[in-house]
Design a protein around this ligand. Sequence first.
Ligand SMILES: C[S@@+](CC[C@H](N)C(=O)[O-])C[C@H]1O[C@@H](n2cnc3c(N)ncnc32)[C@H](O)[C@@H]1O
Length: 176
Amino acid sequence: MWLELGFGGGEHLAWQAAQNPDVGILGCELFINGVASLLRHVREQQLAHVRVADTDSFRVLSALPPASIDRAFLLFPDPWPKLRHHRRRFVRRDVLDLLASVLTDGAEFRFATDHAEYCTWALARVLNHVAFAWTAESARDWRQRPADWPPTRYEERAIAAGRRPVFLTFRRLPRH
Ligand SMILES: C[S@@+](CC[C@H](N)C(=O)[O-])C[C@H]1O[C@@H](n2cnc3c(N)ncnc32)[C@H](O)[C@@H]1O
């Protein structure tokens, strides 16, 4: 079972579902037009193994059983650039604790952003968490999107605007 948090228009989720017919994929999104867009992909491509939660990702993470998700995606979350809004950022200690709980040992957590300061913020917090390790071995590993990671709508807009996204893959370390 895989989980995408804030899937936007759902194009990444639908692509993953089409490529991975044996994996159940759950997506959460608050934006109703995004949910409708994903449902259109689901219907057109007959993706019967997709489930959609049109609610807050935090609620979904809180409700999932421990060690139930093998891969999680958080792609281009809102960066909340103003200092007074930083507490709204989704990458924070309580969310990482929940994520660490629902991920299976060895699970991947994929994160992307086009916002340099949010990248630093997220890296600092994830690497400071005992449950996660960053898999990158060279700059290429975070500068280039892996082949099994299609672009999202937000990413395409960021590149068109001249921003350079980063692609971070973390591993959930084994529980002792
Ligand atoms: C900048 S957009 C990126 C969308 C998509 N991941 C992409 O790359 O195109 C951030 C998305 O996260 C959604 N979002 C923000 N907070 C959320 C939350 N707590 N739960 C679910 N979705 C959320 C927003 O509605 C929005 O669609």
